[in-house]
Design a protein around this ligand. Sequence first.
Ligand code: ATP
Ligand code: MG
Length: 205
Amino acid sequence: GPGAPVKRRLGVMGGTFDPIHHGHLVAASEVAARFHLDEVVFVPTGKPWQKSHQRVSPAEDRYLMTVIATASNPQFSVSRIDVDRPGTTYTIDTLRDLYRENPDADLFFITGADALAQILGWRDAAELFSLAHFIGVTRPGHTLADPGLPDGGVSLIEVPALAISSTDCRARVAAGEPVWYLVPDGVVRYINKRRLYRDHPAPKR
Ligand code: ATP
Ligand code: MG
């Protein structure tokens, strides 16, 4: 009979997405093209462990903004697994759940240069690398380097440089400055409708 079935190639884009912006979207799109991914699933965190000391918008708002931003792309989808899992979000749980739900797929975890630099400090780091191939992407202001993953565990790629962060978007909204063209139009409208970030404490810019 035929050889081993060809596995589906599933990208995973984790993030707080508070709010999702064009930096996230261009990174996912670029990796999908370069790595011939069949799909990229965006996974908004529930309660992010690294952000336990700061205020994060309700998971439902972050989830809906992610849906609005990705809905028109047939290759993009959004998963509720982290939003619906009680307690603090750890990427190891995300990947274990996605691995179980997608036994037919190889997983490619997409991460910006800043997040990649931290990765060896994440919970159960060694198991992370057995569940997914990691793809580090360039991000303005950060140096992209292999932080010491097992051989072949990570690929580093250059993506179009968009100097956009969610932190800056929140600060802009709080200051009454525009976020048009930094985030998708529907996300600007959702932020206004839900009055997100209006009284956000001015963070360092
Ligand atoms: P915050 O400022 O709140 O931390 P953020 O802009 O860093 O928000 P996150 O949700 O923390 O966004 O990031 C999710 C993932 O997207 C991380 O892997 C991060 O490195 C990556 N990422 C975020 N912005 C960019 C960008 N402009 N270019 C490339 N990668 C990015
Ligand atoms: Mg971040």
